[in-house]
Write a protein that binds this ligand. Structure first.
Ligand code: PGA
Length: 261
């Protein structure tokens, strides 16, 4: 594994900047961000084959998953455990728009991770609160080594929308209109088909990860990214909670980083 990683041509960020405890690395474009993120995950597995990951969905990590599947080669993933950050609520568990289906398409159908090591929220759980409690218990017991996050244009992480408590744990939430809009690509571009509720791992649960990698690409993320790095630590901008974590790396493309360098 280490040899495989070393054989890869090095990709260097165009710029790096340390902002408090957050290390910012700026890459050329979203392709390069995806590539760098895939390598970051592989390096984590090389360092600790039994790593526990907290994983994102959305448009941003699509390239990361593709590159990861391409690169994983002979790497043994049998010890890896995954949890997802969030899931829609109130739609069938086999619905093609939910995050279970997304993860199946983008990652789990392409790599071999034992089914017992994959933890997903159930979008059709009969008792949402019981589902949250069970998931939170599993997550806490496993202990996350690396949380990979996206960021919403409104500064959300997971489905922790603005106003979410920094003490929050896995819980049912209402999805904001702008977030439903951003997710309609999973529902044949039909906004009315995007659920209004979801379950998300909370901010306190995310902050328990030993290390956090946040990905932000495209000019639409400039404002949220600037607020996260330089703004007040406030529940109005959930991602600003990351300023309180000791080990955060942010990979962005030039478009997202334009105002933060
Ligand atoms: P996106 O979503 O990758 O689809 O922009 C990011 C997020 O909401 O975390």
């Amino acid at each position: 594994m280490a040899a495989e990683l070393m054989e890869m041509e090095e990709i260097r960020p165009l710029a790096t900047k340390q902002v408090g405890s957050i290390r910012l690395e700026v890459f050329e474009d979203e392709q390069t961000v995806g590539e760098a993120a895939a390598r970051f995950l592989l390096a984590q597995i090389a360092e600790k084959p039994h790593s526990v990951f907290l994983l994102p969905t959305g448009r941003t990590p699509l390239i990361m998953y593709t590159r990861l599947a391409e690169k994983v080669g002979s790497v043994d993933l049998s010890g890896v455990q995954t949890f997802n950050l969030d899931e829609f609520y109130g739609i069938p568990s086999d619905h093609s728009g939910n995050y279970r289906s997304y993860m199946q398409r983008e990652l789990f159908s392409r790599v071999t991770i034992p089914a017992a090591n994959i933890h997903l929220l159930n979008s059709a759980a009969p008792d949402a609160l019981a589902e949250c409690q069970h998931y939170e218990n599993q997550l806490t017991a496993a202990g996350v080594d690396l949380a990979v996050l996206g960021i919403g244009t409104n500064g959300h992480i997971g489905f922790n929308e603005p106003g979410s408590s920094f003490q929050s744990r896995t819980r049912p939430v209402t999805i904001r209109p702008e977030t439903r809009q951003a997710n309609k690509f999973l529902f044949n571009d039909r906004l009315d088909a995007v659920p209004e509720t979801a379950i998300t791992v909370g901010i306190a649960s995310i902050l328990q990860a030993r290390r956090i990698l946040l990905l932000a690409t495209g000019s639409g993320k400039q404002q949220a990214l600037a607020g996260m790095l330089y703004g007040q630590v406030t529940e109005v901008l959930p991602a600003s909670a990351l300023q309180t974590h000791a080990d955060v790396v942010v990979f962005t493309d030039k478009a997202a980083a334009e105002t933060v360098l």
